[in-house]
Design a protein around this ligand. Sequence first.
Ligand SMILES: NC(=O)c1ccc[n+]([C@@H]2O[C@H](COP(=O)([O-])OP(=O)(O)OC[C@H]3O[C@@H](n4cnc5c(N)ncnc54)[C@H](O)[C@@H]3O)[C@@H](O)[C@H]2O)c1
Length: 267
Amino acid sequence: MTVAVVTGGGHGIGRALCRRLAADNVRVVVVDLDDQAARTVADEVGGVARTIDVGDEVAIKALVEEIESDVGPIDLFVSNAGVAFGDGAAGAVSAEGGLNPIDDRWETCWRVNVMAHVFAARSVIPHMLERGRGRLVNIASAAGLLSQIGDAAYSTTKHAAVGFAESLAIDYGDRGIQVSVVCPQAVATRMIGIEDDSESMDGGFGGNDIDGIMTADEVADIIVTESQAGKFLILTHPQVATYVGRKADDHDRWIGGMQRFRAKLKG
Ligand SMILES: NC(=O)c1ccc[n+]([C@@H]2O[C@H](COP(=O)([O-])OP(=O)(O)OC[C@H]3O[C@@H](n4cnc5c(N)ncnc54)[C@H](O)[C@@H]3O)[C@@H](O)[C@H]2O)c1
């Protein structure tokens, strides 16, 4: 049976990925900081739950070794857990406000949005290379190609996550390792203020007119299908390709457009 590890599997996109993979008969390891959520999802999908902080390299390494020996060879590792805090009152230069009030939000974003991907790859790729096959799916964001207005730490670290996935694909593609990086725009999850299982896509932090918001289930379906097909860059929201094209065509013009958009959002 294929074994997949999904970090941040207790809620949102991660939870939808666990369900989608289990429906394909994959044995899923649901990893989350939220112990109860991980157990609930694992029970539902017939998988196993593990509670760790993905930003802790020792914990990730121990997890990978334990799964490899006790559950089975890891065929797919999905680095999905991520955090966003928004800029503080000082805007892009704000410091405090990470997981704990006194944490530096930048530090937390680097650890969870970037270094967790590095720690996972460092731990699992040696095993995959021995077998000559394996897949990594790293969830970044459209903010990693464009920008998230009002969240400099999120935008910057998601760009770094895209860069790291590119390096992985370039370095290991000829040795059987297939890498995908996923850059969604808005998805109806707790990250944007919409509770799991909410019937409504409205009322999140972006109000009820978020550009092309999708459900976690829709996004998970695209991620699984396109990563299985061997796609590197997965744009779950097709409009992102248009925006990226405009940015590449004229970066200065794009900045001007974003400045006007920010002013509009600020009212
Ligand atoms: N929701 C969106 O609009 C959106 C858009 C683009 C990208 N993304 C990305 O998708 C991924 C999933 O986000 P989501 O929207 O499902 O959010 P979510 O908040 O619903 O789920 C995130 C999950 O990650 C877990 N988590 C957070 N920090 C962790 C840590 N240090 N160790 C282990 N688990 C941890 C949380 O407990 C939670 O279960 C994130 O990387 C996010 O940046 C989300």
